[in-house]
Design a protein around this ligand. Sequence first.
Ligand SMILES: Nc1nc2c(ncn2[C@@H]2O[C@H](COP(=O)(O)OP(=O)(O)OP(=O)(O)O)[C@@H](O)[C@H]2O)c(=O)[nH]1
Ligand SMILES: [Mg+2]
Length: 684
Amino acid sequence: MPRYATADIRNIAVTGPASAGKTTLIEQMLFNAGAIGRAGRVQDRNTVCDFDDLSKEFGHSLDSAVVHFDHDGRHINVVDTPGSPDFIGRAISVLPAVETVCVVIDATVGVEAVARRIMKIAADRNLPRMIVINKIDHIDGVAHTLAQVQDAFGAVCQPLNLPANGGTAVIDCFANASGNSDLGDVAGFHSAIIDQVVEVDEELMAIYLEQGELTPGQLHDPFEKALREAHLVPICFTDARDNVGIRKLKDVFVHLCPSPLEGNPRNFEYSDGGDVRRIQGVPDSAKPLIAHVFKVSHDPFVGKMAVFKVHQGHVGHDFQPRVGDARKGIRIGHVFKLQGKQHSETDQIIAGDIGAVAKIDEINFNSVIHSDGVADDLHIRPWPLPRPMYGLAIEVVATGAEGKLHDALAKLVAEDPTLEIERIQATGETVLRGLGDLHLRTKLKLLKDRYGLDVRARPPRVPYKETITASADGHHRHKKQTGGAGQFGEVYLRVAPLDGADNAQDGLLFVDDTFGGSIPRQFLPAIEKGVRQVMQNGAVAGYPMEGIRVSVYDGKYHAVDSKEVAFTTAGRKAFIDAVRKARPVLLEPFVRLEVTIESSMIGDISSDLSGKRGRILGSDTLAGGMAALHAEVPLAEVMNYASQLKSMTSGIGTYVMEYSHDEPTPPDIQAKVIAAFKPKEDDD
Ligand SMILES: Nc1nc2c(ncn2[C@@H]2O[C@H](COP(=O)(O)OP(=O)(O)OP(=O)(O)O)[C@@H](O)[C@H]2O)c(=O)[nH]1
Ligand SMILES: [Mg+2]
């Protein structure tokens, strides 16, 4: 049993833009707590959180890292996350594991796109938030950044402490009602935050109005209520490089942030005879286990490492829980606590705590590990992650190493939910898709360093999709006589555009409308198989298809010669026949762009995006002469936007890009793509 109880645990995710100082901040917290003998520095490549070679080389965290330390008799788990938009998926995916998200903002930069995005995701998911304004050694920018924060996220953002003595100290303005700070008298900030807190508790508000002051004890519960209800986003100030404000920040984690017993619980889902039911974990170690795997990584020495948060029950060694809806239990040999790359064995991970297990193949990212007595199939609805759109077509240099590449890619995809592999029939390309150039370059480096694979990479073609815009009938009669046995199958079907999700599977709703036994039941799966082959490989341009309803309404069979393979071929060809008559179109992906630039650049950036077939949706004025421009643009036109924006704005502009929707490709482009497609003639 650990020395601490669930009520003593705090789980905090440290997020925010690249280079804001997250990794440095955590290093100082570990140092202050005595968990490490000396504080490393990111540039010296010796911090606890940036432990992998790639992070060291790039000087940025590229993956999440879990650490823990004790403060004031409590046990704090902190998760460091990458700030680069290319690795934002790694930050978002850890959020279900914590009770508080702490967004670190660089006082010299102010609020930018990544901070806004994390703040919104956390708010949408009911996750209490706090803000750290770091680098207060640059004291000149601090007042301005605070104004920007309140401008961007509202008056719910109130300082708990303030920079003092020219950014060399911080002074508490929550417990303290007087004193001087670098931002002016403490008194005004004190009443601002107390007012904000008491607003969630009418009785306390009355006492406050009457007495004019409240004790910390009276404020604790309403503070957490305000945090949970997003009525308060407290702000702390730090200079992580020089260890200023770090102890105060840890005090806030311990005394004001919710424990697992006080946080907003996560929902888990299970099915109950077709209905989806929800339950929430109760952080009680004595109850049956519910744990969620929020990170999977491959350690060169330990193998597959799965990091989880226990939402209910506990995990001990020699446990045999189940994973998701698997019938068979897995055997957990050893459980670990993590300190960056170090893992130390422990006998138990109690409710509310974060731990890891090694070498269990059945456990994947987002797996729910549970014991009997909860539900047979337990899942967590994944938090939406940015969709990988930036692609590189890759091929392995050495001949005959395709199998090895395939295995290595599968491992990379398993540990990174924002990485995808797509095999494009039209071009024969294997496309690795991720969130940006840096994201994919790090993966190519891993392929080389970890798996010894040299790969060539080049820009891929645009990931179009095919669909239809009209209904049409299709027919094929497959008849073949080779030697003795023959093959026979004949299919009539009708295709129609499918609106909405219905109960389509992979974009296809397949319906059996035959009657009178024109095709025996057992052959329908074979026909569906043929149709699905075309759905995957495309009918007119070689791209995957979606949004189609197929109804098979007639056909013929032969008592001796009809075999499944004959109906698969007939289904495939009848479907291609119908699609070609059903006014097929190519859909191209559009992305939503949010570009943060100096206001004076708005005109130039807008007209550049309009020239790229983009639609400008609007813009917001931000403090500090900056503006956020919102637009929808075809992905094909902004595959290389990072470098374009960099050269247009001398490196000042930043952007986030997210998949938005698909739209029909303009006819001239569509005609070119279709003309370039040469389907393989398959034998009949
Ligand atoms: N002047 C000053 N520099 C700081 C402070 N905190 C961090 N830095 C420096 O800022 C740089 C970036 O710090 P990191 O800790 O790597 O930032 P991060 O937020 O982890 O960045 P990513 O891992 O890329 O998301 C490093 O050179 C730090 O030494 C601070 O309070 N003041
Ligand atoms: Mg970092």
